[in-house]
Ligand binder design. Structure first.
Ligand code: ATP
Ligand code: MG
Length: 454
């Protein structure tokens, strides 16, 4: 059941104006699904038999933007503040020649044709607001009630047409807490060839959405069972059955999934949690004094190199890559109360202040996921307080906070730009981290000559 009161007036008015101009207008896709599931709706999409030029005619050039004319999409602006509603002409499509794009999009299609080319039954339901009618030609409501993601039509054919759909099935099931219908799931391994043709950017977007779900490990498991994980993050498969030691209840894979579920829902933090121990299989070393137990020396640095390669493959941005690499590389800190203020400052300098909160979330989730009942905040609680204290003293923590800059170094040494300048600034910073009182222009300038040699 859908009640028109759940739909914003602006969206209803878009349908009304199309109807008054003699066209059909339906809400379709994710918005209808989310209304039926009882989930908050992101975007409202409208499907109509009006052609793009006719949609522009109904709303006027000032209030409609032809965002994807070749696909028949016009973005209509309604209400105050303006809301964007995507209005799309019913699509009937020709064959998919390359597994990614339909070779032709034909207009003049019917609602039924439009619904039958949609991916899953739950996404192929239309709602006509004036009559309050639900048009459900593929038993989408029944699948929603059974909490199942099922393709419209033969899954082998639908997954071969567009190789991203298996990933969408897994992602949407994970977001909704649904299962993937058995026949639909079984078609995924057989259509991985089509999946391999999909651009890295589209896969990345699906993966990051999946990771933000309430229980993302469910999606990673679905990916593993269907072979998608071997395509997207093959490195993770090596963590399966990778045994650890007395500090851990789980193998590295199960521990990684538990850590993933335990960190706050931020995309790169979630990805870092999933991949934080990726270096363990390669560094696993037997412990002669503890039979059956293993050590993983420097696994965080091996892991950091591995996630850098993954970030490149997934086309993450530079900032995302740097955050991911830093979180993995620094996740093994061991705070003890005998850290000096200098050690605390150097730690913040190494990790970078803006990443501390995420790193601590990762560390706490990591400890909680060992499954041995330890206090997850045993280190971070006190270290957090120590960091706040040294920050309050307004001590220099980075090169740019020093009382001298590169120009001062060059002037004192009588040299031009070069790597030596940066080296001297870093050595000055090391001194200041240990003794913030040194951070005075004349004091630092006196130190420059001795730090420049050697
Ligand atoms: P989300 O909540 O992620 O936005 P959504 O279902 O709205 O979920 P969109 O990507 O916004 O997903 O797509 C809108 C609608 O277009 C879908 O509900 C589905 O009907 C259709 N659709 C999207 N991608 C595909 C695809 N690859 N193949 C077939 N139909 C698709
Ligand atoms: Mg959507």
């Amino acid at each position: 059941m859908i009640d028109s009161k759940q739909i914003p007036d602006d969206v209803l008015s878009v349908c009304r104006r199309l109807r008054q101009a003699g066209f059909e207008a339906y809400l379709v896709g994710g918005s209808v699904r989310d209304l039926l599931v009882g989930r908050s709706v992101g975007d409202f999409d409208v499907a109509t038999n009006a052609r793009p030029e006719e949609i522009l005619g109904v709303f006027g050039a000032r209030f409609s933007i032809p965002t994807g004319l070749q696909h028949g999409t016009v973005t209509v602006l309604v209400g105050e503040p303006p809301r964007q509603v995507e209005v799309t002409t019913f699509r009937g499509e020709g064959a998919y020649l390359d597994g990614r794009h339909p070779s032709v999009v034909t207009f003049g299609a019917t609602l039924a044709e439009d619904l039958s080319r949609r991916d899953f039954t739950m996404n192929a339901i239309a709602y006509e607001p004036k009559a309050g009618a639900i048009i459900d030609l593929h038993q989408g409501q029944q699948d929603i009630a059974r909490r199942l993601v099922r393709t419209v039509g033969d899954p082998m054919a639908r997954f071969s047409e567009d190789g991203l759909r298996p990933m969408r099935a897994v992602r949407q099931a994970t977001q909704l807490g649904f299962e993937v219908d058995a026949t639909t799931l079984a078609a995924i391994p057989a259509t991985l060839d089509a999946f391999r043709k999909v651009s890295a950017e589209r896969v990345r977007d699906e993966l990051l959405k999946l990771l933000l779900a309430p229980c993302p490990s469910h999606g990673i498991e679905l990916m593993r069972q269907t072979g998608l994980l071997g395509e997207v993050l093959p490195e993770l498969l090596a963590t399966l059955e990778c045994r650890q030691n007395r500090f851990h209840k789980h193998d590295v894979y199960q521990h990684s999934l538990a850590t993933l579920d335990a960190v706050p829902a931020e995309p790169i933090l979630r990805l870092a949690a999933l991949l934080h121990d990726l270096g363990k299989p390669r560094t696993q070393t037997a412990q002669p004094e503890a039979p059956g137990e293993f050590a993983f020396f420097k696994h965080e640095y091996v892991g950091a190199e591995m996630v850098e390669a993954i970030a490149g493959r997934l086309r993450l941005s530079r900032a995302e890559t740097e955050l991911l690499v830093a979180l993995v590389a620094h996740h093994m800190f061991f705070y003890t109360p005998d850290w000096t203020d200098g050690t605390v400052r150097r730690f913040v300098n190494r990790v970078q202040a803006e990443r501390i909160a995420s790193l601590f979330s990762l560390r706490e989730a990591d400890i909680a996921s060992r499954g041995r009942g330890e206090d997850p905040a045993c280190e971070t609680r006190e270290l957090r307080a120590r960091i706040a204290r040294v920050a309050a003293e307004d001590a220099a923590l980075r090169v740019k906070d020093l009382a001298v800059n590169g120009a001062d170094v060059m002037r004192v040494l009588g040299v031009g730009p070069g790597p030596q300048v940066g080296r001297v600034l870093n050595r000055l910073l090391e001194r200041v981290l240990d003794d913030p009182a040194l951070n005075q222009k004349d004091t630092l300038e006196r130190l420059i000559p001795e730090l420049a040699s050697g």
